[in-house]
Design a binder for this molecule. Structure first.
Ligand SMILES: [Cu+2]
Length: 184
């Protein structure tokens, strides 16, 4: 099997991939079995984090993978979700301590929409694109990611309360990808 992972593994088979853990950063993975578009539209992917030597600064860390689900096979997404369950973080806010560093590992795995963003209400954040460098690329409140792009973002929520987050493509927010942080 080719180590770049495109060759199919037969049902019931197994294969071991060996990879060097690098570069430092945030990397998605997905299958290359056909029909690939349907596998992406059904959530067959994940995220791999490679820490820098010595690790990053202490923080409350969360991985948020943005998913788009094509429920009826028309090539368009009907539902969106962070980490696979539409509406989850609208019902169950992500709790973080007020005033402490929060680090998000953001991955855009939505296929069928050209871009998706992550927007946070009321606070701004440092953006480390792909997480491959340890100096921030920008400081903003919205980061836009094309397909399979990712970013590490860091912020603090100084005041207790609820802070909404969502893609600023509002159809995604309305169809499952709106969520909350609860600073406690
Ligand atoms: Cu908003």
């Amino acid at each position: 099997v080719s180590q770049d992972g495109w060759q199919p593994i037969p049902a019931g088979g197994a294969e071991t991939y060996r990879l060097r853990a690098g570069p430092v950063g945030l990397h998605p993975y997905h299958c290359h079995a056909l029909p690939l578009s349907q596998h992406i539209a059904r959530g067959l992917y994940g995220a791999l984090i490679v820490d820098p030597p010595g690790g990053r600064a202490p923080a409350h860390e969360f991985v948020l993978v943005l998913c788009g689900f094509d429920l009826d096979g028309d090539g368009r997404n009907e539902l969106y979700a962070w980490n696979g369950v539409a509406g989850f973080f609208a019902r169950f806010p992500i709790k973080v301590p007020a005033g402490e560093r929060v680090r998000l590992y953001l991955v855009n795995m939505v296929s069928g929409d050209p871009v998706a963003s992550f927007h946070l209400h009321a606070e701004t954040f440092d953006v480390y694109r792909t997480g491959t460098r340890l100096e921030p690329d920008e400081h903003t409140d919205v980061v836009t990611l094309s397909q399979a792009e990712r970013a590490v973002v860091e912020f603090q929520l100084p005041e207790r309360g609820r802070y909404m987050f969502h893609p600023h493509q509002v159809h995604m927010a309305e169809r499952g990808a709106m969520g909350w942080f609860a600073a406690v």
